[in-house]
Design a binder for this molecule. Sequence first.
Ligand code: GAL
Length: 353
Amino acid sequence: MKRIIYFSSGIVFLCSCVLALEEKVELSKMDKFRPGDLWLDTSGKPIQAHGGGIILRDDAYYWYGEDRTPGQKTSVSCYSSKDLYNWKFEGTAFRQDDLAAEIKANTFIERPKVIYNAKTKKYVLWMHIEQQGYHFARAGIATSDKPMGPFEFVSYLRPIKYEFDFPAPDPDRQKEFGGTYRDMNLFVDDDGIAYVIYASEHNATLYMVRLNDEYTAPLKPIVDDATWSRVLVGKYREAPAPFKYKDKYYLISSGCTGWTPNAADISMSDNIFGSWQSKGNPCIDDGAELTFRTQSTCVLPVAGKTGCYIYMGDSWNPRRLSDSRYIWLPFKFDDNGNIEIKWLDEWDLSYFD
Ligand code: GAL
């Protein structure tokens, strides 16, 4: 009898601790970025939005990324925020099971990105979809009427078939299906024209491809150097993070060393199709040579602050991908059009004042 009483009072004690903890998490609003710290959503759970990207719609930000929760199939998560510090989980925007029937069992999702199409009023999701061995290497496309989804699958493809010097044998079967599609990003220009940029030719060369009016496929007919181009040819750059400043295009990218960090590069071009010129590593000071142990995923322009951006990187933990951390660092263009990204333990948006 006594034992039962002890046991139940133990449960009551435990429950009140959990409640107290939840209350505390709920109450402690974030007002700073702490790169590399565990980042909790507004319900107190670690944010699962790896290899992700952010869009601003009306007065809300939406952050999409890979949900790597252990024991689950990969999916695309969606979080919303008004201030960039505090993120509310809006649910799973797209699940592996939403892929085409013939591929969903063995195909996983990486680096999802979403853009909004003002003409069709749809949110358009592009992602790298992959299978064991990384030879599938295709784009998956889905659309939704609402930012948080659910997104409906449209198609999967390799956007461009180009006769480069194919390796032989080629496990990626590029002659047959087109150039590989791996690390990727989307970019909407000021004129509303959208582009997808992705690591192709087995990661040797990035492809910049103009999308159709719906943003759901490459613009047809496909014309070399007019609707698409090869970028940083043979340079083995991936994790592309494009942005624009004063009519020039910029691209932060990483080298190709899998989950292991390496040095970033920033390239610049007057025209989105090139020619792109490397300006070297934008990172400075301690940790610069390994991009502060991160790999680029996105560059977010700071709303209302011309020339101000946030570098978003993933600090991958390959043994436990779900515990990969987010490293956001601020940067501004100086009067000579240069940028420097440096490590900060803690910062907030007043950095841009
Ligand atoms: C990286 C890539 C990641 C993931 C990883 C798998 O190079 O950026 O998104 O694909 O390889 O090893």
